[in-house]
Ligand binder design. Structure first.
Ligand code: ARG
Length: 461
């Protein structure tokens, strides 16, 4: 059975393309998402062609008007791209032919679908990078707010998921602020490499027509022009870089999600996620689950998969364009959709969380995590740290055996471990005092957190 409309390359063949082979190779279902970028690219190309007198001005006008109408038709749903037409480029060209006749064919002078799709992809990527950077900026504004709200709240800092030392909760939020800040910088840096126009490379070797690729670049608002026409159509490293930046963002988010999931469980009960971002169980009425955080954590796997996907597609493909590269779009679209929606919903959920300050105050006041304070107390009394650590270990073991807490052990008992202990030890054994006593750069102390907040504020601006 033959296809409804002629494929762009059909004339060289005596037999129609097999329908199943066409279904297998059609990218319309995926690349129809690029129709706006495709039309934008075509309008720029045709404008350049008419400026360079490669096609008449009047014909260019007809083509451009037709393309603008087609954009409306697709966005309103009046024109539904069909898979039989191979790809979105062909859908648009066929429709233009229906509207204005054979002049439509001039749109493709000096252009191949190879530089066309590379252009579409770069336009798409630039928009997604900006969208993702905006989402990260909003998340970081929120983290800064959280850091300010909770800068004097003491929480446990963990290593090995064991209570380690008390810290300002602000310090915790600011740790993520820094990670997402670097994620934003990675995208900003990548943007420069994406912002390069490949239009004018044609199939891979350029054209005999006097194209003005620099003009097309300007019309599409690209910052730079390709240097080598093979490279322009053959590489997809920017997609790999983008998805790898997405993977790092998702990795950061998934760790944050893990903390929120743990902290909102009854065992921890450090934090409450509001009802609007929690789900229930269909069988266990008491349950309140952190599904949104779990889904973001789960989508991290998808995005890692997208990265492996595109890396594997590109591995070992000979230069220049090969049809394998059409498979770049599913991972690109999936990774950008998953990452942008994850950052956005995560931010919204985080805004609907609050720390259980009362419980945290009670727990941090009673905990053995003040042991480092004892060791450093002894160091300040001139004991070598190793010896101080050994003595403190004994004290902790005593506290555990007698089921008491460090601030509740009497001074006489402390003195049986070392006569360096004095009354002032108990000042150091308050969680706030412990946090406050940190002296070093970028530490968990309240003063350091205040400083970090100040610096972060000026960076966000
Ligand atoms: N759908 C193709 C892609 O995304 C467009 C380029 C087709 N080029 C070709 N020579 N068959 O890669």
């Amino acid at each position: 059975m033959s296809t409804k409309k002629e494929l762009l390359w059909q004339s060289r063949f005596n037999e129609p393309f097999d329908r199943e082979a066409l279904l297998f190779s059609s990218s319309v279902e995926v690349d129809k998402a690029l129709y706006q970028e495709d039309i934008k690219g075509s309008i720029a190309h045709v404008s350049m062609l008419s400026e360079e007198a490669i096609i008449p001005v009047e014909e260019a006008r007809l083509i451009i008007e037709g393309l603008e109408e087609i954009e409306q038709e697709i966005s309103s749903g009046a024109l539904v791209p069909e898979w039989e037409e191979e790809d979105i480029h062909t859908v648009i060209e066929n429709r233009l032919k229906e509207k204005i006749g054979p002049i439509a064919g001039k749109m493709h002078s000096g252009r191949s679908r190879n530089d066309q799709v590379a252009t579409d992809t770069r336009l798409f990527l630039k928009a997604r990078i900006n969208e993702l950077r905006d989402a990260l900026n909003s998340l970081n504004s929120l983290l800064l707010e959280k850091a300010e709200t909770y800068r004097h709240t003491v929480i446990f800092g963990y290593t090995h998921l064991q209570r380690a030392q008390p810290i300002s909760a602000g310090h915790y939020y600011l740790a993520y602020f820094n990670m997402f800040k670097r994620d934003g910088e990675r995208l900003q840096d990548l943007f420069r490499r994406v912002d390069v126009s490949p239009l004018g490379a044609a199939a891979f070797a350029g054209s005999t027509l006097p194209l003005n690729a620099k003009r097309s670049m300007e019309l599409l608002d690209f910052g730079e022009l390709f240097q080598n026409s093979i490279d322009a159509v053959s590489d997809r490293d920017i997609i790999i870089e983008f998805i790898s930046a997405c993977s790092i963002i998702m990795m950061h988010l998934s760790r944050f999600c893990e903390d929120l999931i743990l902290w909102s469980s009854s065992e921890f009960n450090y934090l409450e996620i509001s009802d609007a971002f929690s789900t229930g169980s269909s069988i266990m009425p008491q349950k309140k689950n952190a599904d949104i955080a779990e889904l973001v954590r789960g989508k991290t796997g998808r995005v890692y998969g997208d990265l492996m996907n595109i890396l594997t597609i590109m591995k070992g493909i000979p230069l220049s364009y090969n049809r394998d590269m059409q498979e770049d779009k599913p991972p690109l679209f999936d990774a950008s959709r998953s990452t942008i929606s994850s950052v956005k919903i995560f931010s919204k959920m985080l805004a609907h969380t609050k720390l259980n300050e009362e419980r945290l105050a009670k727990l941090t006041g009673e905990d053995l995590s003040l042991a480092t304070e004892i060791a450093e107390y002894l160091v300040k009394k001139n004991l070598p740290f190793r010896e101080a650590h050994r003595i403190t270990g004994k004290i902790v073991s005593h506290a555990v055996a007698s089921e008491t807490t460090l601030p509740n052990i009497p001074l006489e008992t402390y003195r049986t471990f070392s006569d360096l202990f004095d009354d002032d030890l108990f000042d150091a054994l308050k969680p706030e005092a412990s946090v406050n006593a940190k002296r070093t750069h970028g530490s968990a102390s309240f003063a350091s957190v205040d400083q970090q907040i100040k610096a972060a504020k000026s960076e966000l601006r």
